[in-house]
Design a protein around this ligand. Sequence first.
Ligand code: FAD
Length: 320
Amino acid sequence: MARKTLVIAESKEGQCRHVSFEAIAAAKQLADGGEVVAVLCGDQVEAFGPILGYYGADRVLIVENEQLKSYTPDGYKQALMQVISSEQPKAIVMGHTAMGKDLSAGLAARLDCGLVSDITDLEIGDKPLFIRPIYSGKAFEKKRINSEMLFVTLRPNNIAALEKDETREVTIEVFDVVVKDLRTIVKDIVKKTTTGVDLSEAKVIVSGGRGVKNAEGFKPLQELADVLGGAVGASRAACDAGYCDYSLQIGQTGKVVTPDLYIACGISGAIQHLAGMSNSKVIVAINKDPEANIFNIADYGIVGDLFEVVPRLTQHFKEV
Ligand code: FAD
């Protein structure tokens, strides 16, 4: 059954977020032949219009307003309520990002319709089924939404984006909105220095635990991540010990990641850590204890000292 589907796209630091392209691929399936419309809110985001089309959107709506320069719940909800009321989509898809989590719940509540969050897959039919991990990734449930309009958020790195095709014809429209009486205004954003690759969207993550021993011990991990074009993550024990920032924490109380490759260095494999990374496509564990639990879920295990193994891997990948 064809259903018009809206994708709420996101840009960050001068780039369209990759999960937005994945959301377009999911929306294509969900639309089942219906139109896929991508909407991007912000200030000076018009340049991103074509790329959303190259990744499969049939039409792109650019919502430019200086009040939407930074995400605020009331500003974005006001703007998107106007888009939704004009477009009348049957389904609305976005990334399961900080913005997507907040926005989807708020909009679904305002419109009194269903929301299924953090999906990793979907099965299409008259009533689509959404698949999402539960119990910290130990099981998957299939959900069906019965409301007329439905919201879906998508866990990054699970549904592959379509091949980028720059020959696709894209219709780009400017959609004017009225945004007023904002209760929140972002005056300034103070950023932490990061390596550039967003942990939640990284295809490769090199993660360190208590076995890394100190902040200095993270340097070889960063070098390996740089060579592989990835990001560095950490266990909570490493964050608690002050070896690295809490923004790197992966697990039940940290970030949930699904990279193509997760390299766990000096991490024992506590259940709370596994909750954040066990759905990674390939897991490599480096640990000097052959009995470490991480080896039970690893695809490849290296029993050894990470300070010997990691530099050798870096050297090897530099040469290939
Ligand atoms: P350890 O368990 O101490 O393991 C260190 C490992 O390093 C050992 O296996 C050791 O053999 C190995 N090692 C040491 N030296 C070397 C070396 N030179 N070379 C190779 N290997 C070496 N944890 C998280 O990670 N994320 C969470 O979100 C999280 N949330 C939690 C929520 C709650 C409510 C609770 C109670 C706990 C949570 N934890 C979380 C903590 C979790 O239970 C573990 O304590 C933590 O994951 C352990 O981190 P670790 O594996 O780095 O340290």
